[in-house]
Design a protein around this ligand. Sequence first.
Ligand code: UDP
Length: 412
Amino acid sequence: MKIQRRQSVVLVPYPFQGHVTPMLQLGSILHSQGFSVIVAHTEYNAPNYSNHPEFFFHSMNDGLQGIDMSFPSLENIYDMNENCKVPLRDYLVRMMEEEEEEEEEEEEDARGEQLACIIYDNVMFFVDEVATQLRLPSIVLRTFIPEPVLEFCRAMSDIGSSVATIWNTMQDLENSMLLCLQGHYKVPFFPIGPFHKMAPLASSTSILQEDNSCIEWLDRQAPNSVVYVSLGSLVRIDDKELIETAWGLANSEQPFLWVIRPGSISGFQWAEALPDGFERMIGERGRIVKWAPQKQVLAHPAVAGFFTHCGWNSTLESICEEVPLICRPLFADQLVNARYLSQIYKVGFELEVIERTVIEKTVRKLMISEEGKDLKKRVVEMKQNIVVGMLADSSSHKNLNDLVAFISSLPT
Ligand code: UDP
C-alpha cells in the first residue's frame, strides 16, 4: 500500500530581523495550509524555537563564530553562503534517504513526510546550487527588491533554476510593477501578502528581547497623540543624527516613543550620546526603549505617526494599522519605498534634511496640520484596499491557493 505522506517544506531564512520575520510568517501560512515546516537556520541569530512549536528546526554550522555580523559586509554574506552549502546539503540528503527507507518498508501505518521544496531568502543564494545538485525544486522568497548596481545584488536578483517566487505584497497594491517583474523572471509568481495579516498565528518573530513596558506607557497617552520612532534592525546612524533627532522630537512638543537599538549609534554602545539630562527633561512625554513589540505599538490607539527608515516590513505594518509616516530612508530598498510612500501613495513626508528644526516641523506637520490629516485619510483608504485584497475570494487568498496547489504538484 502506498504511504500517505504529509508534504514538508524546508525554509532557509537570511538571519536578520527584517528577513527572518517574513520567512517565519510564510512558514505559519504554509503550516496552516497543511504543510509540515522545517526551518534550516544559521547559528547566528537563531530563531527562538519556543515561539514556534509548530515548526521543526535545523541549525546549520555557518562558520561565523567570532565575526561581528551586526552590519554584515559583502564578504560576510558570501562567506555565509559558502559555509552553509555542505551543512544544508548533508541535512537534505539525510532527509531524502530517510524518506526512501520509509517508502521501501511500505508499512501501512507509516506516517512519513515527503519533502516538496525548499523556500529560501534571495540573500541565501547558495540554496539554488544545493537544490539543483539534489534535483529538488526551490522557490525564492523575495523579501526586498535589490537595486542591481552591485555585483552581489545581481547574485540575489538572479533566481537561478528556482521554479517560482513568493512576494510579501499584494497584487492590488503593485500590479504594474509585479507584472513587469513577472515578465522578467518568467516563473510563476505568488504575491500573498501582507504576510503578518495572512499568517494565522501572532507569535513573536523577534530576535531581540521586546520591551513590553512601552505598551503600558502608550496606555497612559491620549488617543492619536504619539509619534513612534524606529529605524529597524540594521540601520546605523551617527551621534550627530541622534542629537538632531532628539532635539527635533523634544521641540515638536509631541509625545514620542523612540526605539534606540543597542549598537545603532556608530561608536557607542547604546544612547550615551544623547544630550545630558535629555530623558529627565522629556519626562513622561517621551519614552526610549531598546526594542519594542512594533506591531503592537503600531496597532495601539495612542499612536498617530511613524518616523521610520522605510524597511519593507515596517512599511507594510504601518499601512496595515493606518499610521502615516515620516520617511528617513538610509539605503537599499528603503530609498525606493520612501519615494513611493511620499510621492506616489502620498501617505508619508520624506525628511530631506536631518536637522532639528526640519525634524520638529515635520513631526508637527504630520501630527497636527491639515496636510497631516490628508495623509491620514489616504493611509486609511490604502488600508481599506489591502483589506479588500485580503478577503477570502480576492487576490492574496487566490494566489495562496495557487501556491499551495503549485507546491503540491511539484515533482519529487
Ligand atoms: N521591529 C520590532 N521592534 C522594533 C523595531 C523593529 O519588532 O523595536 C521589527 C518590525 O516590526 C519589522 C522588523 O523589525 O518587522 C524590521 O524590518 P524592516 O523590513 O522594517 O527593516 P530592517 O530591520 O530589515 O531594516
